[in-house]
Write a protein that binds this ligand. Structure first.
Ligand code: HEM
Length: 863
């Protein structure tokens, strides 16, 4: 077993991949909250822990025969000494001490070129002593002490070698690193200027190779410089221009003036944005200006190190970003490898295992310097990257919480990432998660949002006390849909629970068989209108079916007859009134809200009439279901009957407007969501037609021709169940679930200030490779015996979790399964489009309209 610390960093991510490709068993020590993407889908043993915690480090080291210690806190800022010292120096000491105690054979520690001394007039070598009295950053000082710790450990008999990194560039840069961010900014046309200078750069794959060589051949207690080539910033800009196809910025900021400016900016910034990671620092500019060079002769001669080319590393970095959708995929123009004449380095083939997966970086000062140039020259007042914020301790009660990383504000801070969020919230949140980790914060329309992702975070949110994370307060903007005092607008959480309680009983197993009969009858009634073949808008068709089903099961037959064909449209208008604008101003005078209010009034009036009629029936007959109700005909009750029979704590009947509001709430919660889930199930089956014969075979076994469907029959259809579950996972109808923080709290150790909106996203969470293997794949077998990926608590959250978990989940599953049992028996379906992308313009994203599919009725209809 080999331990890699800092495995989610740029170097770590590449090193882990290389070790795995070499057939090694790898354990990764990752700091809690590190971006998950770096190790996504890799067969590594993850262990969470902080370098500052000797016990966690010892636990990670135990049982390993060798250790690559790559983790470090990198910064060019003049502050943050304590944390930098604790992580880098004491953390390294912890690793070395644990290695000694557990008899680890060898440790390779990543060093920094900044800790190597400088000799005037020539390139620096391993023998050049660091000059301690210069204007060094806390980071540089810490890396000198790291080397000191290594020497001490070597003197005590531990085999430890230091592999010295220069400025890293290359693929699998998930955070991304600072050089990676400069490349992204360049590719997106956000780089308007730069500061000239130069530095030694290392291709991340050369650096990985150097670490392996240091492990195999390095002399204990020695260090080895690893660089690929010296590059001026002008040359880097040329390389970036070649891979991105964009011109390089015309503006070169004079370095001396920029260093002065950085000095002037330092004071105000430490007051105005004390928690923000500063990159435009005097030290960063100084590194660039110094144009330091490294002489890697020792590495070449002792280790056999053979560096490749920075041009190739830049190209690979770009390709990797393109693969992840962060930049446009171009026919990446390979920058011509430059003859590396200075020390006679030739471009060599990539090291084995080079072209693999991903993630964040330990930047060096030089990369920060370039980014500092970008920040200074380009984006005055606008953040280029991610504020790390991780080092900022915030006290919450007795617990020490860390500030969640903050997404950059690219537009007005008040708006936050609104355009991207509005266009495609799932893509925006997924991309942000890959960059900064599972928990992060951002402003949205003036509202502070804390986003959290992963089963642990879900558990904390779903299980939180209502007085701390309130569901009611988060969804109060829906009050115009439900009606005043109802559901999320109920006076107290207890009132809301009291309103939900009778619905639970109506949706209980006693009534479900009757509902299934209504469902089957309704699907058959609709398909009876279809000709032998043709095209339908699947979503529209399923909306009609679920509208009829919901109406008949929940409100009753009379209402269904009264409102008839009007209902799908009215429900649609009601539901489409739930939109982002409503969070800001639920009563804004916009057409969608006017339609919402008209639809609600029409539905409420019709329900009111039905209630009045039922109340006029003789006492003792409140629960009777009127003749003609299919639910009643089979012995069940519609929900209206249950609500009319329910009593308040004072023994009174529920007021009519509350009954009406609850019914409307149920329709809104369950009708369109079910139609959307059924539609995605159909779309997925059409895209994976191999499952259709298997599903039909399952039907043959479980559902005798001519017999009616029932809950028992449906429960035996396990493959169908798993297909619906895959639809729930891949396309959850509710993509965002929210809570309002009523007091300061924490999620996964991150501070959540009172007033924040806490968001979790089933759509993002369900694609976490750490939770679901190959998450983008349609694979119903993942729920089968042995894998049961959905059994992990709070992994599959399409219906929420904890005390607010959907009360209609059984109803919804039965409905979708009934729909597809009947439809698959009655007809064959084919897609008419190559893709059915989700339409994120609504709160319940369905395939973009029109969702046309072709059908042909089957001649062997056995019903
Ligand atoms: C595919 C269909 C459905 C989906 C995807 C769905 C999804 C959800 C989710 C995610 C929640 C939790 C919200 C949160 O924690 O913030 C929820 C709650 C709820 N759902 Fe559903 N639902 C569906 C169908 C239904 C149906 C058919 C009904 C009733 C007939 C229903 C009634 C409710 C109610 C009353 C709650 C609130 C529970 C509480 O807060 O205690 N849902 N649903």
């Amino acid at each position: 077993m080999i331990l890699v610390t800092g495995a989610s960093g740029h170097l770590g991510a590449n090193l882990v991949r290389r070790l795995l490709a070499d057939g090694q068993d790898v354990r990764a020590l990752v700091r809690p909250g590190s971006p998950a993407g770096a190790l996504a889908g890799l067969a590594v043993h993850r262990t969470a822990g902080d370098l500052r915690d000797p016990a966690a480090v010892a636990a990670a080291v135990e049982g390993c025969e060798s250790v690559y210690h790559c983790a470090a806190r990198v910064s060019t800022a003049a502050r943050g000494h304590r944390e930098i010292h604790a992580v880098n120096v004491l953390g390294t000491r912890n690793v070395l001490e644990a290695a000694r105690q557990h008899g680890v054979g060898r440790v390779v520690v990543t060093g920094s070129f900044s800790a190597t001394g400088q000799a005037p007039g020539r390139a620096g070598t391993e023998r050049d002593l660091h000059y301690p009295f210069g204007p060094h950053t806390p980071y540089t000082r810490s890396k000198v002490l790291v080397e000191h710790e290594c020497c001490k450990a070597a003197a005590q008999g531990l085999e430890v070698v230091v592999a010295v990194s220069t400025a890293i560039i290359g693929p699998h840069d998930y955070v991304p690193s600072r050089m990676g961010r400069v490349l992204l900014d360049f590719a997106h046309g956000r780089l308007l200027a730069y500061i000239p200078g130069g530095f030694e750069f290392v291709s991340v794959q050369d650096l990985v190779q150097g670490h392996l060589l240091a492990m195999a051949r390095g002399l204990p207690g020695h260090k080895y410089l690893l660089s690929t080539e010296f590059c001026t910033v002008d040359r880097m800009m040329d390389l970036y221009a070649q891979v991105t196809g964009r011109p390089k910025p015309r503006l070169r900021m004079p370095a001396p003036a920029m260093e002065t400016l950085a000095r002037l900016a330092e004071g105000p910034r430490s007051v105005l944005t004390p928690h923000r990671e500063a990159r435009f620092t005097p030290a960063a500019v100084r590194f660039l200006r110094s144009e330091r060079r490294a002489d890697c002769t020792l590495s070449r001669e002792v280790l056999g190190y053979r560096p490749t080319s920075i041009a190739t590393a830049v190209e690979q970095a770009y390709r990797c970003f393109a693969d992840r959708g962060l930049v446009e995929r171009r026919g990446v123009a390979s920058p011509a490898p430059r003859p590396t004449g200075r020390r006679g380095r030739e471009a060599e083939p990539e090291p084995e295992g080079a072209a693999m997966a991903t993630e964040p970086t330990e930047a060096t000062e030089a990369t920060e310097g370039i980014e500092a140039g970008v920040e200074a020259g380009v984006e005055t007042g606008v953040e280029t990257g991610v504020e790390t914020g991780v080092e900022t301790g915030v006290e919450t009660g007795n617990r020490k919480a860390i500030t969640a990383p903050r997404l950059p504000a690219r537009h007005l801070p008040w708006l936050g990432p609104l355009p991207a969020f509005h266009r495609d919230p799932v893509a925006m949140l997924r991309a942000a998660r890959e960059r900064v980790g599972d928990t992060f914060a951002f402003p949205l329309l003036g509202q502070e949002v804390v986003f959290a992702c992963g089963p642990g975070a879900h558990a904390e949110v779903f299980e939180a006390d209502e007085a701390i994370l309130s569901q009611r307060e988060a969804y109060r903007f829906m009050a115009p849909v439900f009606g005043p005092g109802i559901g999320f607008d109920a006076a107290t959480p207890e009132d809301m629970d009291a309103q939900i309680a009778p619905m639970r009983s109506a949706l209980g197993s006693r009534n479900l068989d009757a509902y299934v009969r209504t469902m089957e009858a309704e699907v058959r009634a609709r398909t009876a209108h279809w000709s032998t073949q043709g095209e339908i808008d699947l979503l529209a068709e399923l909306n009609r079916m679920t509208a009829a089903i919901a109406t008949r099961c929940l409100i009753g037959e009379e209402f269904h007859r009264r409102m008839g064909p009007e209902l799908p449209r009215l429900y649609r208008e009601l539901e489409s009134g739930i939109r982002l604008a409503g969070m800001l101003s639920p009563k804004a005078p916009i057409p969608a809200f006017r339609r919402r209010d008209r639809a609600r009034a029409a539905i409420a009036e019709a329900i009111g009439q039905v209630i009045a009629e039922r109340r006029r029936r003789p006492p003792g007959d409140e629960t009777a279901v009127p003749p003609g109700s299919s639910a009643g005909a089979t012995g069940g009750q519609d929900m209206l009957a249950v609500l009319l029979a329910a009593r308040t704590p004072d023994g009174d009947p529920m007021p009519d407007h509350i009954v009406t509001g609850i019914l409307i709430g149920m329709i809104v919660a369950g009708q369109h969501t079910s139609a959307v889930l059924a539609t995605w199930t159909g779309v997925l089956l059409m895209r994976h037609p191999d499952y259709v014969p298997l599903l039909r075979a399952e039907q043959e076994e479980t559902w005798a021709p001519g017999s009616s469907l029932g809950t028992r029959t449906l429960r035996r259809m396990e493959l169908l169940d798993n297909c619906v579950r895959e639809a729930e996972r891949l396309h959850p109808p509710l993509i965002l679930l929210m809570r309002k923080a009523l007091s300061d709290t924490t999620i996964r150790g991150h501070h959540v200030p009172a007033g924040s909106l806490v968001m979790i996203s089933p759509a993002v969470a369900h694609r976490m490779p750490e939770v679901f293997a190959h998450p983008d794949r349609f694979d119903p077998s993942r729920y089968g015996t042995g894998r049961a990926e959905h059994r992990r608590p709070y992994a599959l959250i399409g219906f929420g979790g904890g005390k607010h978990r959907c009360i209609g989940v059984a109803f919804a599953y039965l409905q979708v399964k009934t729909v597809w049992s009947v439809l698959l028996r009655e007809a064959d379906f084919r897609p008419t489009r190559s893709a059915y992308p989700p339409d994120y313009s609504t709160f319940v994203p369905a395939p973009a309209a029109p969702c046309t599919v072709r059908y042909r009725k089957r001649s062997t209809t056995s019903s």
